[in-house]
Design a protein around this ligand. Structure first.
Ligand SMILES: NC(=O)c1ccc[n+]([C@@H]2O[C@H](COP(=O)([O-])OP(=O)(O)OC[C@H]3O[C@@H](n4cnc5c(N)ncnc54)[C@H](OP(=O)(O)O)[C@@H]3O)[C@@H](O)[C@H]2O)c1
Length: 351
């Protein structure tokens, strides 16, 4: 039996993830706080809106390029046919794709779904969408599953799993890495926490969005812990690159030569490969935002408090990203952390 899906959150990640579920043939009811984005997905069916595949840089992104148009998903043959179905909003029938409908609220989306997926900005958003008026908890049925793809705080995820269990529903926390390109291409790495039987039931759905789907542990929150470990490394690599470039600039080195010399050695990193050219141009434009990495570093702190330990670098980085955001750079990409080293040394690292 095909599982009926609901997807909440049509952001940079959620919209292409929902499209891939439609492409895989699942019926998907979508909801978004800003309704126009949900309507746009249904109008476009299982095809990507031109430009939606724009390649951007993002923390933790597996594959990121700056080539215009790269990573754009080929449109499915034929245009999606949009019809009005009474009580079900707009229904789209793209060839070979599942039916898409728009719901007026998370509760309405959850009411008819076997599996409710969400990819929202942060813990607060997930909490509101679950527990708020007309939230998921008002609609979800016993035996259903809620999958949270948000990079969330593990203690929050566990608490929400308890609320869902009171209604007879299961939860998996399943944050993703791979950036918007991975989401568009269905090539995300999905890190999952939760009951292994529930995971097996949901595996085909997850496989429609990700090329690597890993059960990290049987407790809800294990997926979040894995994703946050990823974010510790992303933050440290970016800060390390920033300090190395500023060190080189202060010493009068040619920074392009320095980058060439470091590439391929032990100091090289995916973060350097992805960001260094933009940093040397002084281009800190998004995608990927420093405020999002600060959110994740805050969840790392919450997880460490919950587990009863503290890590010096993760804590230092949280303070640094908080300062960067306070200085007004929260919407820049997170390689802008170099600005703190530049201020400290009184030099700009450009090449
Ligand atoms: N972008 C990446 O490369 C990337 C990579 C890996 C993981 N992630 C994680 O994936 C998650 C989603 O990221 P994204 O880039 O898709 O973010 P995004 O484009 O900013 O989308 C955020 C979504 O959350 C919704 N939202 C925010 N606050 C809400 C609230 N209070 N109530 C209801 N809905 C709310 C937004 O609705 P509106 O449209 O109404 O604003 C939107 O649908 C985040 O946890 C992020 O850390 C992102």
């Amino acid at each position: 039996m095909t599982e009926r899906l609901a997807f909440l959150g049509m952001g940079m990640m959620g919209a292409p993830m929902a499209r891939n579920l439609l492409r895989a043939g699942y019926p998907v009811t979508v909801w978004n706080r800003t309704a126009a984005k949900a309507e746009a997905l249904v109008s476009g069916g299982a095809t990507d809106t031109p430009g939606a595949g724009k390649v951007t840089e993002a923390p933790g992104a597996a594959k990121v390029t700056e080539a215009p148009g790269a990573g754009k998903v080929t449109e499915a043959p034929g245009a999606a046919k949009v019809t009005e179905a009474p009580g079900a909003g707009k229904v789209t029938e793209a060839p070979g794709a599942g039916k898409a409908a728009v719901a007026a609220s998370p509760a309405e989306a959850a009411r008819e779904a076997d599996i409710v997926l969400a990819c929202l900005f942060d813990a607060e958003a997930v909490e509101q969408v679950l527990t708020g008026p007309e939230g998921v908890l008002e609609g979800i049925r016993p035996g259903s599953v809620f999958i949270d793809h948000t990079t969330n705080s593990p203690p929050v995820s566990r608490r929400l799993a308890g609320l869902l269990a009171e209604r007879g529903a299961a939860m998996l926390d399943a944050p993703v890495s791979g950036g918007d390109v991975g989401a568009i291409e269905g090539a995300l790495s999905i890190m999952v926490g939760g009951d292994p039987e529930v995971f097996e039931r949901c595996r085909p759905v997850l496989a429609a969005m990700g090329s690597r789907v890993t059960l990290m542990g049987e407790a809800v929150g294990a997926g979040g812990h894995a994703k946050l470990a990823n974010q510790i490394m992303v933050a440290i690599h970016l800060a390390a690159m920033g300090e190395a470039l500023v060190f080189g600039a202060k010493a009068g080195l040619d920074l392009n030569q320095l980058v060439t010399a470091l590439s391929g050695g032990v100091a090289a990193s995916a973060a350097m490969d992805l960001w260094v050219k933009k940093v040397l141009r002084g281009d800190f434009s998004p995608g990927g935002e420093a405020r999002v990495l600060l959110k994740d570093l805050t969840y790392i702190k919450q997880a460490m408090d919950d587990l009863g330990f503290s890590l010096p670098l993760a804590e230092t980085l949280r303070g640094m990203f908080a300062e960067l955001v306070e200085l007004g750079h929260g919407l820049e990409n997170p390689s802008a952390i170099i600005r703190l080293a530049e201020r400290a040394a009184g030099v700009e690292a450009r090449g």
